[in-house]
Design a protein around this ligand. Sequence first.
Ligand code: ADP
Length: 680
Amino acid sequence: MSAGVSPMPVPVTRTRRFPARLRWSLWVLLIALVAALLVTLVWLAGRYEASQVQSKLDRDTADALSDIRSALNRNVQVLQALHTGNPRAESWRDKGLVLLRERREWVRLEWRTAELGTVIAADSPYHAAAFSRLGRENTQTEVALACASARRVSGPAYSSSYFLPGVDGMGVEVMDLCLPQVSAGRIAGYVVATYALGEILTTVVGPLISRSQEVSFTEADGTRLAMYGIARRASRVFTSQQLLDLPGNTMVLRMDSWRAAPDVFPNVLTALVTAMSIALVMVLVLLGRDARRRLRAEEDLADALAFRKAMEDSLVTGLRARDLRARITYVNPAFCEMVGFSAEELLGQDTPAPYWPPELADEYLQRHEIRLAGQHAPPREGYESVFMRKDGSRFPVLIIEAPLINHDGVQTGWMSAFLDISEQRRVEEMSRASQERLQATARLATVGEMASLLSHELNQPLAAISSYATGSMNLLQSQESDNPAMRDIELAMRRIAEQAERAGKVIKSVHDFVRRRDKEREPVRPEALLEAIMPLVSLQARKFGVRVETRCKQGLPAVLCDRTMVEQVLLNLARNAMQAMDQAGVAHPTLVIEVRSVGGHQNAQGKEWLQFSVADVGQGIAPEVQAKLFTPFFTTKAEGMGLGLSLCRTVVEQHGGYLGFEPNQPQGTIFRFTLPVNPP
Ligand code: ADP
């Protein structure tokens, strides 16, 4: 018995669980939720990353736009500087050429009059043949419009862009900048600079953008005008657009960023989220497995508990646990059955326990205190004690006690096992009794041998006595004499011969009885039986001073019996009765021998019975004597053999009858026995 087990009776009820279907759907729901959460997380992380990329692109575009603006403004200043000090046409052109070499975005510089006539022009060495196909005169409209708006605003103005086809089939998108030259409040002329849009992007934005970016000027409707950068095409593109509104012209600066998407793990954040999600799923799986294992363990535990309970319930050994304060903490059904108290009546009970016999309670308490003090360990083989049932009856028990030790090795109480040993005691008692009977039988056998020997040995002298008596009688008869003494002697001789013959018969009967030889039964009238024993009974009655009364109705049927043995039974009972009255010192001792018919009461074989009774008014038979009365060799008399009653019963039972006794009124004992009537 494990010490850690709760000593209270464990009700084996399975813990309430969800039904399997519900449990499964809960799991499915949980997994679906986690999956949805993970997908959302990854998607959000992707979106976050995309927005990061987008905002960076927006920043880049804004930066590029402001770079372009400031570059254009710087260029305006450079152009204004070109006219300082009223330069001559030739020197203007030289300076212009120098500027054109420095700035690749310019295709051409022109000095125009207030009426837009060309004073002088300088072409960029990089775009020498820009106007060769179209011819400058075909683009006068754009210049005129730009200069008109420049005049209106009294500052630089741009034309809308237009395409200059090249000789190589390519071409370049350009726009014109018209810068009015004001002298004494009047417009003296214009400087017209033609910008190649593509070169603006190349020179101003180009060095700043990355390889995955592409920058372009487009019109409001999306038509691409010029572009820079050949981005590696990938499936994911981010676009940012900003308006470049110049006086006279408005364009859109558009920046595209290409990304190698769709990335499952676009960045660290997404990767982190994904890794965490995987970890979460794994934890979930482990948790699920753990839950399953727990469930199984719980089931196993419940099974084990049920098994233990069944085992305890089926035990015939009583079990009881007590704590260190001697209170009962557990009892099994066998124990309850043994003592007759219910578990509720016993649990929590202190000393003295309800099943302690009150007369032994002090002793048990002492034993218990010794046990608690830890002075004496209980014997391993157990010890015997006496308990009391609820109905007050006592019974012997064998107690085996052991300390209850818990997980930490600390004693928490005592566990005891009980065996009801009353049955064992009964069997021991029976075996002792049968042992005694066996010994008695052995002694009887010896007595039988002795009796057999004696009868053999006595036959000779008895025969001699008989023949001497007969001889003496013959002698006396042959001598004719009137001497009355002679007649008395003759009578005495006849009596001697009779008694010797009777002694011979008794001896023969005993011999036959001992040898268990089947005796011939003869029909004998009950009066004849009484008459036969009367002389001897009277002899003893005279000695004890007892009055003998015989009651025998006329006409009773004859009984079928071994005459000598039945006479012996009657003699024995009569002698015992007289001895009992003598011992009791009764004032008027009377012995009543009665025969009556118990006719009408036929036995199984259809036999009718006669009942013989021998009644005395002696001291009666004490209860402790009654139990052993028929036991061979039991006697209360100093000179007794203790064989009389045992022999009587054997004889009566051999005849199929019954020998019993009952108290006589007002005192004494009546012995009765029955004999079968001779069937007609
Ligand atoms: P014994 O006569 O040799 O003692 P029995 O077997 O005849 O042996 O008797 C056994 C015992 O039974 C006697 O010792 C006596 O105590 C008791 N007993 C027998 N008959 C009577 C009786 N009529 N009244 C009282 N006690 C009797």
